[in-house]
Design a protein around this ligand. Structure first.
Ligand code: PMV
Length: 357
């Protein structure tokens, strides 16, 4: 028999880094060679929604992703996350009646079923694993009545599903500190400023291509770490001062400082991709045209009022402030007209406005 009280549904937002994570220090522990920082996008159509249920009658752990069953056993990251959250399990108590539903000692008799879906326009190809693993970690923690043994432990678990996922457990502006410890317990996410800190900040998403990305982040990072001298220099000397600068700018709501560091870091990340051998190309001609359009917009205003950033794909996230959204969209839709009758997610089309609010 299935007990509905052992069923939890959570949602988690995605996040877009302004100082990028690129390169693993340890593939085993999924730790980064540099710290990173991101904005969490609190928008209903950029979320993962995950339901987890536990029962003694389930014969094994199972997962359905966007309605399709995936194999759990062969997915090392997934099994690691489930195992680590399970290890923190406590007594599961019914919040209404106070009845103990599962004693801590009995959890080994239970298996979980997981159903997760993304609300993203699938064409946008935006970091779905970040929202997905943040959501899974949090939902399992609720289900198992898990208790952290130190602050940030759940983010360290989410990190082992997908690096960038650790940052999605907090809203606002979030740093993933690379950590120093050999066991990586301090490679966790820390909130720099919460979601209420900068209500005027906006993130606009521009879809330059609906195609799936060619090189996965894990394989791209591996080749970059092995071959790019620029990446080595970036991690050793350039990221730390840039992180300090962008965090200060964010805390001061200084858009020009925030925007400049964001663009410089995105450009440098893609430069390390070009410096990788063989080179990796994530941006395309439309992406580069968008870069120029943003610089033209800023030049017109004589100030940085919009700032692009690109992840491991050609689509842009452009940060700006509420008062500039309408004008920026007008300029962009002139520069990148959507063909008449084309679906909103066609190449070069403006797909969605995600307010970072
Ligand atoms: O967390 P992953 O393995 O999906 O890698 C994310 C890499 C970037 O999105 C390019 C940068 C970042 O910090 O999110």
């Amino acid at each position: 028999a299935f007990d509905e009280r052992l069923c939890v549904t959570c949602s988690a937002p995605t996040n877009i880094a302004t100082i990028k994570y690129w390169g693993k220090a340890s593939a085993e522990l999924n730790t980064p060679i540099n710290s990173s920082v991101s904005v969490t996008l609190h928008q209903d159509d950029l979320k993962a929604i995950t339901t987890v249920a536990a029962s003694r009658s389930f014969s094994k752990d199972r997962l359905w992703l966007n309605g399709k069953e995936e194999d759990v056993e062969s997915n090392k990251r997934l099994t690691t996350v489930i195992k680590l959250v399970r290890a923190l399990a406590g007594d599961k108590v019914d919040a209404k009646t106070g009845e103990v539903l599962v004693y801590k000692a009995d959890w080994p008799q239970y298996h979980v079923h997981i159903a997760s879906r993304n609300t993203f326009p699938t064409a946008a190809g935006l970091a779905s694993s970040a929202a997905g693993y943040a959501c899974l970690t949090f939902a399992l923690a609720q289900l198992f009545a898990a208790c952290e043994t130190y602050d940030g432990e759940l983010t360290a678990i989410a990190r082992q599903g997908s690096g960038s996922a650790c940052r999605s457990l907090y809203g606002g502006f979030v740093r993933w500190q690379k950590g120093e410890r050999a066991d990586a317990a301090d490679s966790i996410a820390v909130q720099v400023a919460d979601e209420a800190h900068w209500p005027e900040l906006r993130a606009l998403i521009f879809v330059a291509s609906a195609a799936k990305k060619g090189t996965s982040s894990t394989s791209g990072m591996g080749t970059s770490v092995a071959t790019s001298e620029l990446l080595r220099h970036r991690a050793a000397a350039l990221v730390e001062p840039r992180l300090a600068a962008i965090e200060a700018a964010y805390l001061a709501r200084d858009f020009a400082g925030f925007g400049r560091a964001t663009m410089v870091d995105s450009n440098q990340f893609h430069a390390t991709c070009l410096d990788t051998y063989p080179p990796i190309f994530y941006m395309n001609d439309v992406s580069r045209a968008l870069v120029q359009a943003v610089h033209a917009f800023n030049a017109h205003h004589g100030a940085i009022r919009a700032a692009y950033t690109f992840d491991a794909g050609p689509n842009a996230v452009v940060y700006t402030t509420a008062s500039d959204v309408a004008q920026l969209l007008a300029v962009m839709s002139r520069a990148f007209p959507v063909p008449r009758g084309a679906p909103a997610c066609s190449d070069a089309a403006l797909a969605a406005e995600a307010a970072a609010e």
